[in-house]
Design a protein around this ligand. Structure first.
Ligand code: ZN
Length: 284
């Protein structure tokens, strides 16, 4: 543990939301609610009512497939684009960054390693945060349902990341400082275009940027945007990992089409978007 301020977490017991404090292997609030740190190192803030949809979030195979893809270099272009974007924002080095839908933690850990940010990753999948906690123990990893109330204190976070994840607008607005930023990565129109053409009989995606902007208004305004693209040759194993990691090709016909491919050039493409909070009265 370093001397940075502790992460601004809130109790996830319904209607509590008091600040959480850490004591050894437990986090607790002043109302006496306690949360254990798992042996693998992640903090479990999932409430019993969120457990009903078990297995909530990504399963073990999906997490393993995504990790294998990223380890093979699949995310390097997006990682570079995220870092360039962060560099261009000239942020303070010690800020608190939270990644919603952090998965196995690759992007948050990479960004924190390059910037010195204090990282906190949240994912509904205990498999994902367990994998993240084992690999990147220097950061805080939390199993929680980010679709409900985020287990984070009000106006306490400098940067919220959503990389191919969900974007609960009102909750993000609540936890961000007034000058905080929301960094979003979403699939660009030609993301996985070859895979979709060969297996899924789809072509271009519709414009996700306009949708994201509309969904985040009026709390957020788009401040910057860049597009990043990477093309890789995937063999059978890589294609199977890609399908598993992205929930594609799950239908029988699609699985057969995928299995018939020896290899495929695959484009991954993202829009990287920076949103700031709208200032009331300053809109056009
Ligand atoms: Zn509590």
């Amino acid at each position: 543990m370093n001397a940075s301020p502790p992460p601004a977490l809130a109790c996830s017991v319904r209607n509590c939301a008091k600040p959480l404090t850490r004591a050894e292997k437990t986090w607790y609030c002043e109302s006496g609610h306690t949360f254990d740190i798992a042996r693998s190192g992640y903090l479990n803030l999932i409430q019993p009512q969120d457990r009903r949809s078990l297995n909530a979030g990504d399963g073990r195979e999906t997490v393993a497939a995504r990790r294998a893809l990223l380890d093979s270099g699949f995310g390097t272009a997006l990682r570079a684009a995220l870092l360039e974007t962060i560099d261009s924002l000239a942020l303070a080095p010690a800020l608190q960054a939270v990644d919603l839908g952090c998965g196995e933690g690759y992007f948050l850990a990479e960004l924190c390693a390059q910037t010195g940010f204090q990282g906190c990753g949240i994912d509904l999948s205990a498999h994902a945060v367990e994998s993240a906690a084992r690999r990147f123990p220097q950061h805080l990893w939390i199993a929680a349902n980010a679709d409900r109330r985020l287990p984070l204190l009000d106006s306490a976070w400098d940067l919220v990341l959503s990389i191919d994840g969900r974007r609960p607008r009102d909750e993000i607005a609540r936890v961000l400082r007034p000058d905080g930023l929301l960094l979003v990565a979403i699939p660009a129109a030609n993301d996985l275009i070859e895979l979709r053409g060969a297996v899924l009989a789809e072509v271009l995606l519709t414009d996700q940027v306009a949708k994201a902007e509309a969904a985040l208004a009026p709390h957020f305004q788009l401040r910057a945007r860049r597009t990043v693209q990477q093309t890789r040759e995937l063999d059978r194993v890589g294609l199977a990992q890609l399908a598993a990691a992205t929930y594609r090709c799950a239908r029988r016909r699609e699985m057969q089409a995928l299995a018939s491919l020896e290899q495929l050039t695959v484009t991954t493409a993202h829009e990287v978007l920076v949103f700031g909070k709208s200032v009331p009265g300053l809109q056009d």
